[in-house]
Write a protein that binds this ligand. Structure first.
Ligand SMILES: Nc1ncnc2c1ncn2[C@@H]1O[C@H](COP(=O)(O)OP(=O)(O)O)[C@@H](O)[C@H]1O
Ligand SMILES: [Mg+2]
Length: 346
């Protein structure tokens, strides 16, 4: 098998996942997942809550064993050579690896000891990381007093102590305020520019759009689409018409009157007060017709226009529900319901 010394010579994909299955008792978390990430690239793994993202990350980082299938990181098999895999990876997970009673500096130092770095290297790395993640001022305070954003930055810093070749980030910006989110994106871009291969899970489609070379969408433990952001948008095709309804109480009425122009159920954003329709390739005709129908009902709108589909539209058309919705609203859940119904009729 591979030894840590051939880390620099492996020319194959950085990450290879072949036909992986994983169940937790009755729950089938992964049903035949395939993934490939070339060295130095960023894969965005997208999916709603419960899709199986964390399970994929845990298997790739040797924290869980797959029931079947093959998983290689830089050519090293996660089941047969877990220690060799751990030598070259970093992980920043959803459950932070931070020890609360210790300071940020101490946390980083302990991580360096785990990787057998000598004291001089540890001191240098710790200072570099504290500076890079804007934690120097807080370095000598116990981390239990850190804000959510600071803890997230320290968690990411901890995953970088050993300069990993392949880095796994499980929802790195979930729960962060917009400013910290942009800061995290900047750090991630720097890492990728330095040659790190990255697998990033996220529920935020704009994040995948910004950072990922390649996107894989999973839902209910299966890959349902893969490609670049542009490829996925082209796959949905056509235009999206969007408008805001001035009188919020008439949102439902507005959606209803334009419904027949849309290829799928119009999407109502109750918070933003807007309606969007996926109108295929006939955007200008549909736009004229939208204006006519809304006018005839005297529904006042703002910002009416045609736009290209976003990744959110792609996601909605693929899964039938938004990325940030609970899985209870998914069509698969409804299908399961109808199967049960059929059974009862037998
Ligand atoms: N340790 C576990 N025991 C039982 N079920 C689990 C466990 N971990 C995950 N699951 C289930 O597996 C599915 C996938 O979970 P997960 O990989 O955490 O999804 P995601 O990260 O996309 O939200 C979910 O249905 C979840 O409830
Ligand atoms: Mg998760």
């Amino acid at each position: 098998m591979s030894s840590p010394n051939d880390a620099g010579t492996w020319k194959g994909p950085a990450i290879l996942v072949e036909n992986v299955h994983k169940s937790f008792g009755e729950v089938r978390a992964l049903s035949g997942v395939n993934l490939m990430v070339e060295q130095g690239k960023v894969l965005g793994l997208l999916g709603p809550n419960g899709a199986g993202k964390t399970t994929v990350v845990k298997i790739l980082t040797t924290l869980l064993k797959p029931d079947s299938g093959r998983v290689l990181v830089e050519g090293r098999d996660v089941v047969r050579s877990p220690a060799a895999v751990r030598d070259i990876i970093g992980l920043a997970g959803q459950s932070a690896a931070i020890q609360e009673d210790l300071t940020g500096r101490e946390n980083l130092d302990i991580m360096g000891r785990l990787y057998h770095l000598d004291s001089e290297t540890r001191r240098r790395r710790t200072n570099e990381l504290l500076e890079r993640f804007d934690l120097l001022d807080a370095a000598d305070r116990p981390t239990k007093g850190y804000s959510g954003g600071m803890q997230r930055r320290l968690d990411l810093a901890l995953s970088l102590v050993a300069l990993p070749k392949v880095l796994f980030l499980d929802e790195p910006t979930t729960g962060l305020d917009p400013r910290s989110r942009l800061g995290m994106w900047e750090v991630i871009r720097e890492l990728v520019a330095a040659g790190t291969t990255l697998l990033l899970t996220t529920q935020y489609l704009d994040e995948a759009d910004e950072l990922a070379n390649q996107i894989v969408v999973i839902d209910h433990g299966k890959v349902i689409a893969a490609g670049t952001s542009t490829e996925l948008k082209n796959r949905v095709g056509g235009d999206v018409i969007q408008f805001e309804v001035v009188e919020r109480s008439r949102l439902g009425e507005a959606a209803e009157t334009v419904k027949s122009l849309s290829r799928s159920e119009p999407v109502i954003d109750y918070e933003g007060g807007s309606v969007s329709l996926w109108v295929g390739n006939n955007g200008s005709h549909a736009l004229v017709e939208t204006v006519r129908r809304l006018d005839s009902l005297k529904i006042h709108t703002e910002g009416l226009g045609v736009r290209r589909p976003s990744l959110d539209d792609v996601f909605l058309s693929l899964t039938g529900h938004g990325a940030d919705e609970a899985e209870g609203s998914s069509p698969a859940r409804r299908r399961r319901g109808s199967r049960r119904h059929q059974k009862e009729n037998l």
